[in-house]
Each structure stands twice: as structure tokens, then as C-alpha cells.
Design a protein around this ligand. Structure first.
Ligand SMILES: CC(C)(COP(=O)(O)OP(=O)(O)OC[C@H]1O[C@@H](n2cnc3c(N)ncnc32)[C@H](O)[C@@H]1OP(=O)(O)O)[C@@H](O)C(=O)NCCC(=O)NCCS
Length: 156
């Protein structure tokens, strides 16, 4: 089940973020950078992110949050999808992305943009995103990471 996130999900979402980044992003970045990015538990990151207009969704499986995503329909940006490592490779990221495509289209968006972490570029490419450029992305806690700017234009 995918549903809108509630404040009571934030601690679990923080765990998913930290475990996912440590296990799945670390191969494409310097380990020290990923560890700086992940930092200490900080569930308030999601309070801050919601205040910036991000809609937050969680996938619940076996009674726990196994994936979350953030979509900003004000600026047509897919902010993040993170899957708990033990649940990666089982179609959950794909299910979440399909869900976000539906939400974006329902909101009348013509396209979605994102800054892909290097490890996720192929995942997005398989889903119709095209590379626009390579840039640096500053995370919420100020760590600068290489990323790839991508766009998916919807055909009506
Ligand atoms: C990228 C991520 C969201 C993918 O989620 P997932 O649940 O593991 O992916 P799925 O199992 O739904 O895979 C769907 C398809 O994409 C493929 N795929 C998954 N991750 C991929 C990757 N990194 N590169 C290329 N293909 C990938 C799968 O093989 C699968 O293909 P299939 O349908 O032919 O079997 C997940 O690996 C993740 O959380 N990564 C760390 C966080 C991150 O980098 N998020 C993106 C930030 S912008």
C-alpha cells in the first residue's frame, strides 16, 4: 500500500533514507561524502521538506515503511525515492515511480525533473527520463554531491 506520509512516519522514513543511502549510493561516491550526507538521525528533515511544498508518500509492507518518495507539483520536481536495502530489487521503486507519475499527471504537470544520484541514473533512464546535464546537488545538510539533471516529458 502506498499512502501519504504522516508526521508519525518521519522517524521510519529517516531510517529508510539513511540505510538506503549507505547501502545503495555508496558505490558511486566517496564513502566519507555519503556518511556526511547521511549524518545522524534527523527525522525533522521531513518537516523542513514538507514546508517547502514536497508531497510525501510511503510504501508500507509488513507493517513498516519500506520506501518513501517526495514530489513537488509546484516546481514539477521529483525530489527523492528511497527504498530500504532489504526491499530493493523487488519492484518497489518502480511501483513508487509509477504512483508518482500518476500523481504528477493528475496535477496537470507536463513533465517531471529530478537530480538523480549517480547510482539511480539508469533506473530513471529506463523510465523515460533523459539526461539534461551533470551538476552538483547540495543536500539538506549542506553536502555537495555529483548528480545528473534529468527530465521526463509526458506525452498526452
Ligand atoms: C533507485 C531505487 C529507488 C530503485 O528501487 P528498487 O525498488 O530497487 O527498483 P525496482 O526493483 O523497482 O526495479 C525496477 C527496475 O529497474 C531496474 N533497476 C533498479 N535499480 C536500478 C539501477 N540502479 N540501475 C539500473 N536499473 C535499475 C531493476 O532491475 C528493475 O528492472 P526490471 O523491471 O527489468 O526487473 C533504489 O535502488 C534506491 O532506493 N536507491 C538508493 C536511493 C537513491 O539513489 N534514490 C534515487 C535518488 S534520486
Amino acid at each position: 500500500m502506498i499512502r501519504r506520509a504522516e508526521n508519525s512516519d518521519y522517524e521510519e522514513m529517516d531510517l529508510v533514507f539513511r540505510e538506503s543511502a549507505k547501502a545503495l549510493c555508496i558505490r558511486n561516491y566517496e564513502e566519507s561524502k555519503v556518511l556526511d550526507w547521511v549524518g545522524q538521525p534527523w527525522a525533522e528533515r521531513f518537516v523542513e521538506s514538507a514546508a517547502k511544498g514536497n508531497d510525501q508518500f510511503v510504501k508500507i509492507s509488513n507493517g513498516k515503511v519500506v520506501c518513501f518518495a517526495e514530489l513537488n507539483t509546484e516546481n514539477s520536481k521529483l525530489n527523492s525515492i528511497f527504498v530500504l536495502p532489504d526491499y530493493a530489487g523487488k519492484g518497489i521503486g518502480q511501483e513508487m515511480l509509477n504512483f508518482l507519475f500518476c500523481r504528477a499527471k493528475e496535477a496537470g504537470l507536463q513533465h517531471l525533473k529530478l537530480d538523480a544520484s549517480l547510482n539511480a541514473v539508469n533506473f530513471y533512464q529506463r523510465n523515460g527520463f533523459k539526461q539534461q546535464g551533470v551538476s552538483e546537488f547540495t543536500t539538506q545538510n549542506g553536502v555537495v554531491l555529483d548528480s545528473v539533471q534529468m527530465i521526463c516529458v509526458f506525452c498526452n
